[in-house]
Structures are given as C-alpha cells and as structure tokens.
Design a protein around this ligand. Sequence first.
Ligand code: NAP
Length: 308
Amino acid sequence: MEKVVVIGSGCAGWTAALYTARANLQPLVLMGGQPGGLLTTTSIVENYPGFPEGVDGFELMSRMQKQAERFGARAQFGTVEAVDFSKRPFALTVDGERVEAETVIIATGAGHRDLGLASEHKLETKGVTYCATCDGALPVFRNQPLVVVGGGDSACEEALYLTRFGSVVYLIHRRDSLRASKIMADRALSNPKIKLVWDSVVTEVLDVKLDKVTGVRLKNVKTGAENMLDCAGVFVAIGHVPNTRIFKGQINLDENGYIIPAQGAATNVTGVFVAGDCSDHVYRQAITAAGMGCAAAIEAERFLAAQS
Ligand code: NAP
C-alpha cells in the first residue's frame, strides 16, 4: 500500500513528489507516456525563476526528478489505464498491474491539440509534427519551407527555433493578431525568416498520396479564398488538451476536460488532490504547475496526518 501516488512526472508531479518525499511519505511517481512532461519537448525555458541564462526543458525536469529522488521519491515507468476512487484505499491500474494508495495526486498535465484533419494524421511523422525541438533538426526539413500553425507562445517559439533549419517559416494564424506574449510576438514578427499568414486555417495537409508533406491547403477565414503553400514540414502548435480521460465519471471535470478543484488542491474525492496543467487552463506555466504541485503535496500530507 502506497501512502502517496503521484500520477504524472512534469513540473507539478515532481514538485509534489519532492514535498511529499521530504515529509517522509516515500511517494511513488507514475511517470506516464511522456516522462518529464511537456517541458521536455521545449528548448530553452527562459521564465523559470533561478535560471538567469535560461535552462533546457529536459535538463530542468531531470534536475527536478533527481531532487525528489534524493529525498526518497520513487519513479516508476508506466501509464495509468484506470482508477477506482469509489473507496479507500484507491486502486490504480498501471500497465495491467494494480497499485493501491491512501492518497493520490493527479498531475497528468496536458497533451498537444491537433487540427482534427484526416490528412494531418495520415502524415504524422511523415512531415507533420507537434514538436519542433524534437523534430526540427531532421534532414528532411533542412533548407526547406516550413509551416507552423498557431498564434500563441508555443507557435512563436517553434517558428523562431525552426528559422535555424528552414529556408523560410510560414506562421499560419486564424486571426489577425497573435495571442503570444509581447516579447515572443515581437521576436517572431521581427524575424526576417518568419512570414505571417493571417486569418488563415489549414484545411488539408498535402500530399497523402505521396505519403509525405509537400504543402498545405489554406483557407482565408475572412474572404473564403483558398490557396496552396509548398512546404516540407507542418508543425502544429495550437495549444493543449488536458490528460484527464481516465478520471471521467469519478473526478469533476469542466466541459473542456480540465479537473475542477473543489477547494485549493482538493478534488471532489476526499484524499485525491490535483496539480498543474490538467486543472489549469488559465496560467499553464512551469512555475505555476510547480506551485500547484507543492500545494497538493502539503494538502496530501495534512490529510494523511489527520487520518493517523
Ligand atoms: P495557447 O496560448 O492556448 O495558444 C494556442 C494558439 O493556437 C492560439 O493562437 C489559438 O488561436 C490557436 N488555435 C487553437 N485551436 C486552433 C485550431 N483548431 N486551429 C487553428 N488555430 C488554433 O497555447 P500555447 O501557445 O501552447 O501556450 C500555452 C501556455 O504556455 C501559455 O500560457 C503560454 O504563455 C505558455 N508558453 C510560454 C512560452 C514562453 O514563454 N517561452 C512558450 C510556450 C508556451 P486564437 O488565438 O485565435 O485562440
């Protein structure tokens, strides 16, 4: 029987693990399908306090893991397939194995949103990707025109990163102004290799018949005009969806799937706490996720102390 199981190994998960480990609760961290979480897919994190020069996302997560393990947190690879929060101890199915826990901290984060196009999925890994830092340096993208879809910080960051490799980077956005923070937007708008395509959506990724990306079909949402743009890669950066499917019916979720905290880090199930992007559609920052992980850990510790 585990005292604390943390589901997820991003900023929220490892911070929850650090705090519960230091409270001598030997938390078990179930790492999930993307150990280290979304931050491992980013390049330099410039807004995490304490790193004036910025820090590589993967390195930051490795450091968080080491720090938590130093105090007794245990990492286990595996994906939680199902949970039973109807009675205590709580039961989790992890790659077919049963794990029991007195408390659970949900820190499952969020995954990449897709465009929802059949052609996008058929050409995934054949030129369509959701992570410029993971795939941008591939030879197939070198000195080729590339497309980034989105208008937020992620899209700007990806576009800027891709200017190292592509001949030109088209940033396709469905409106006529960027959602990104001013500093990121200014960097993208002033980069001579980035060309903004406003008011436009991708309606098809070409060419499924050739089994590789050769371009995109675009539609101007204001005029309805359609045109084609040649490119060797499509980098989709249009936000995220919370990883909460397994909690449906047991934990209160809003209409977009985000967990609704009952009070602070507590959920509607006593003994189950939540932290990070799976419950936060407002801030979604590494530092806020870490803060929420800390809060959830303190709540879990207090809950366990009150039981004994
Ligand atoms: P985001 O801020 O939610 O932006 C998503 C963008 O994709 C928006 O511009 C949105 O358009 C567009 N979009 C959404 N659905 C779409 C669809 N179906 N088709 C076409 N476009 C679509 O997401 P994000 O950029 O991933 O950022 C998430 C959070 O992480 C933010 O808080 C951000 O500040 C943070 N972040 C920070 C940094 C940094 O500081 N370096 C880097 C990355 C992320 P609309 O604008 O029209 O809604």
